[in-house]
Design a protein around this ligand. Structure first.
Ligand code: ADP
Ligand code: ZN
Length: 358
């Protein structure tokens, strides 16, 4: 369908992986590895093989699914596996899976023997619209997300909606939150178009637009000095809510569910501290709440959430920084907000779920 150039690496859309064989042949790689988790080797690898006419000249490296396995222990195991396979610096790693696989596979590849080539084939909506651009690789330390990693670009990225057919609804909704964010921070028309679309069936054109927006922002600011911070809209509060739920709730939130909560709270802060109008705040709130499951940010957690926001790695000089909407389609960054306003934004969210008939 289309191609996007992203700082020297190419993102291919809906090509049925056709250019991949060329890349492999032209790269004259000594070996090809495909890196998957237990689910994607079962569900996505057959689709991958079929697209490549039963291409089988690769070794499979499989890890356990789930964010809890995106850690250094698993990396050590995989570096050793690469050594056992006698992988040299001319080998290629193809990461086939969600964000866990593309983040961790990218990290393993970017550090093994000081760096080997890798290709990302994201198979979740979240990884397609978010992790596919920007060259961030990384792993978690003690459940703190992406604490160690590199900025390394893959040789290429392939986005195929065919992989999304098997993705559970909850995972689709998780990725959809980032698409809504892209509309809110950069493109009002795109946001309006998403509102009439079906998240269960994301169109390739919409995924393309999201990736294009992210690519424009990241290309302007590759090292996250300034403009890139707008991608953080919904994430200051969203990440805190996500981490808190991970450690305290039996049923943790997905990334997108947490970001949806964060976007409602930060839209409130945008109205209070920036120029977002009351009508825009209502529009955003109504739309997001119509999509995502009911949730309460328990008041006992407020202080822990504030502490988590304080420790966000994006802060500078110990000051919590927000990216706030100026209107739907434009976002500012480096906004400072009072603790009182943050708490009010959490209450604003909660008020939609309390005092309501069951
Ligand atoms: P992310 O949501 O960050 O992309 P993961 O890599 O953890 O995260 O993927 C979420 C879950 O979905 C994992 O259990 C993974 O194995 C599974 N998964 C990934 N791609 C697919 C797919 N195309 N179909 C079904 N399940 C998938
Ligand atoms: Zn995110």
């Amino acid at each position: 369908m289309a191609v996007l150039e992203s700082a020297g690496s190419t993102i291919h859309f809906e090509t049925q992986l056709a250019p991949l064989m060329n890349i492999i042949e032209q790269g004259k790689y000594s070996k090809v590895f495909v890196f998957t988790d237990g689910n994607t080797s079962e569900i996505c690898l057959p689709v991958f093989r079929e697209m490549l006419d039963d291409f089988s000249e690769f070794d499979l490296i499989e890890t356990d699914p789930g964010e809890e396995n995106k850690n250094i222990d698993f990396c050590i195991g995989i570096w050793k596996t690469l050594l056992d396979f006698e992988a040299d610096r001319k080998c290629l790693m193809i990461n086939l899976g969600g964000g866990v696989i593309t983040d961790m596979g990218g990290f393993i590849a970017s550090t093994y023997k000081r760096g080997i080539h890798f290709i990302n084939i994201p198979t979740t909506l979240l990884a397609q619209v978010d992790a596919s651009v920007g060259g961030k690789t990384g792993i978690d330390i003690d459940n703190v997300k992406n604490m160690v990693g590199t900025f390394t670009l893959p040789q290429a990225v392939f986005i195929e909606t065919a992989f999304l057919k098997t993705l559970p609804e909850r995972e689709l909704l998780s990725g959809f939150a980032e698409m809504i964010k892209h509309g809110l921070i950069a493109d009002q028309d795109y946001y309006q178009a998403l509102k009439t679309s079906d998240y269960k069936n994301p169109a390739a054109e919409a995924i393309f637009r999201s990736v294009e927006i992210k690519n424009e922002v990241v290309t302007t600011d590759p090292q996250e000095q300034n403009l890139r911070k707008i991608l953080n809209f919904g994430h200051t509060i969203g990440h805190a809510v996500e981490s808190y739920a991970l450690s305290n709730n039996p049923m943790p939130l997905t990334h997108g569910e947490a970001i949806a909560i964060g976007m409602v709270c930060e839209a409130f802060l945008s109205h209070r501290n920036s120029t977002l109008t009351a009508a825009e705040l209502e529009d955003i709130t109504t739309y997001i709440l119509s999509l995502y499951p009911a949730y309460t940010i328990v008041p006992e957690s407020f202080d822990d959430l504030l502490a988590l926001m304080q420790s966000d790695k994006k802060n500078e000089h110990g000051q919590v920084m927000f990216s706030l909407l100026e209107n739907i389609g434009h976002c500012g960054y480096n906004c400072i907000v009072t603790t009182q306003d943050i708490k009010e934004s959490l209450n604003y969210f909660n008020n939609f779920y309390t005092n309501k008939p069951a």
